[in-house]
Design a binder for this molecule. Structure first.
Ligand SMILES: Cc1ncc(COP(=O)(O)O)c(C=O)c1O
Length: 459
């Protein structure tokens, strides 16, 4: 059976010949096996690996705190008061923004809410929020709670766009037609630029233009796009965006998130915002005035003073992305994902499994999602990890996701993943559960992963 999969030698040769060498040695890769081997970690779309240099960076912040106490705000080696300024330019370059359009703060869903305070301004005639039917649940909960907060029925106000019958991924052209036909009732379009479930990459320029032409505000959730695909938020004209940094950006579990607000909104004093002492102009912050002195940058969406120990990992991450560059990473990503796709096609050709991610490389990032008919994928991913050291994740009932992250994954990782998947799918006698057809429900996208399923906590 495995003869259809090109051999390990080819994968090793591809790694040796690739113009962008993997930075794997700079990351802590989970161990696998008695011979101190390493895992093939294809779960960076869920939680990225830890950069080895991170420990020293965090320790230096701890040392400054120990040595200086409160004086660290101004005298730490990287002073804490303006610490977030260190992240501004690299974060802006990562998402294709002007430096003043971005700020790193909070976590993703909190930022979605803070941005919707400003950019979801419903009226009786125009109060709909458009999301993907397969939006990540946190986004769905967030928009539903926003609609309810404004007094609208979430079941009516939130429009979930489904894929065409028989297809897994929602097409950009179907979003465009919906906006052309029904956009006059839409207040906000909020899509995942790369969908967490299918790995589909939307045409952000076209959707942004169509949403705005229809009179709506267009925001983007970049959780699965940041560090995965090159982004041009400013040029695309997106109104706003938010992203987390624990997936492709490798800044650690629950790490700080980013926010983009387009330049054209920065000086708009009519926008409502929730404020705190970090919203005010830092030059006069310690005058302790009772009212905010607004600043015309994304900083004015900040609320609290930033957590330095959580910012250090973002600093390390952004430095690494700045060194390699998103264009080089994307080029490598296209090579890795195409290779993995060719191997998975071999696996799927003679097994009840299908790649549901769009086949056009321009319509996807690094992730490939595989639907496995009739199998409970929880045991499949557990066996991949435990028996083969291959980390993927399960999105029950029947999809597993594999994401070769170009920063640290190799062609050999892809080969290991495909070979192991074939072996697990061919072996039906172990602890794997075979589902009854009636248990399979394409619409049940909620994550029922138990904690020992890799990626169960990070979407
Ligand atoms: C697309 C998307 N949106 C939102 C979230 C939730 O992020 P957080 O828990 O950091 O708010 C995730 C988590 O993985 C996600 O993938």
């Amino acid at each position: 059976m495995t003869a259809i999969i090109p051999g390990e030698r080819q994968a090793l040769d591809l790694d040796a010949a690739d113009p962008l060498p993997s930075r794997r040695a700079e990351f802590c890769v989970p161990p696998f096996g008695v011979a101190k081997g390493e895992a093939a970690y294809l779960a960076g779309n869920s939680l990225g690996l830890q950069p080895k240099s991170l420990r020293a960076t965090i320790e230096s912040e701890l040392d400054d705190w120990a040595r200086l106490g409160v004086e660290g705000h101004t005298h730490a080696s990287r002073p804490w008061l303006p610490y977030h300024e260190l992240l501004r330019e690299p974060a802006a370059s990562l998402v294709g923004a002007l430096p003043r359009e971005v700020v790193v703060m909070n976590s993703l869903t909190v930022n979605l809410h803070l941005l919707m305070v400003s950019f979801y301004r419903p009226t009786p005639a125009r109060h709909a929020i458009v999301i993907e039917d397969s939006a990540f649940p946190s986004d769905s909960y967030a928009v539903r709670s926003q609609a309810a907060f404004h007094g609208y029925d979430p079941d009516e106000a939130v429009i979930r766009l489904p894929p065409r019958p028989g297809e897994a991924a929602l097409r950009t052209e179907d979003v465009l037609s919906f906006l052309a036909e029904e956009g006059e009732r839409v207040a906000l379009v909020l899509l995942g630029a790369v969908n967490y479930f299918t790995g589909e990459l939307f045409d952000m320029d076209a959707i942004t233009a169509a949403g705005q032409a229809a009179g709506a505000v267009v925001g983007w959730d970049l959780a699965h796009a940041a560090g995965n695909v090159p982004l041009r938020l400013h040029e695309a004209g997106a109104d706003w965006a938010a992203w987390c940094s624990y997936k492709y950006l490798n800044a650690g579990p629950g790490s700080l998130a980013g926010v983009f607000v387009h330049e054209r909104h920065l000086a708009d004093r009519s926008l409502p915002k929730f404020a705190g002492w970090w919203s005010t102009d830092q030059r006069t912050r310690f005058e302790m005035a009772p009212t905010v002195t607004p600043v015309d940058t994304a900083d004015s969406w900040q609320v609290s003073n930033p957590p330095i120990l959580a910012m250090a990992p973002v600093l390390v991450s952004l430095e690494m992305f700045g060194q390699t560059g998103m264009d080089a990473l994307r080029a490598k990503s296209l090579r890795l994902t195409a290779y993995l796709e060719s191997l998975l096609d071999g696996v799927c050709a003679i097994r009840p499994a299908t790649v549901i991610t769009p086949r056009d490389p321009a319509r996807r990032g690094a992730q490939l999602s595989v639907r496995i008919a009739g199998r409970d994928v929880g045991p499949v991913t557990r066996r991949l990890r435990q028996e083969f050291g291959v980390y993927t994740d399960a999105r029950r009932p029947d999809v597993i996701r594999l994401a070769p992250a170009p920063m640290y994954n190799t062609f050999h990782d892809c080969w290991r993943a495909a070979t192991a998947l074939a072996a697990v799918l061919d072996d039906t006698v172990l602890d794997d559960t075979v589902l009854d057809d009636t248990e399979l429900d394409d619409t049940a996208l909620d994550d029922k992963s138990v904690p020992d399923d890799t990626g169960g906590l990070d979407g």
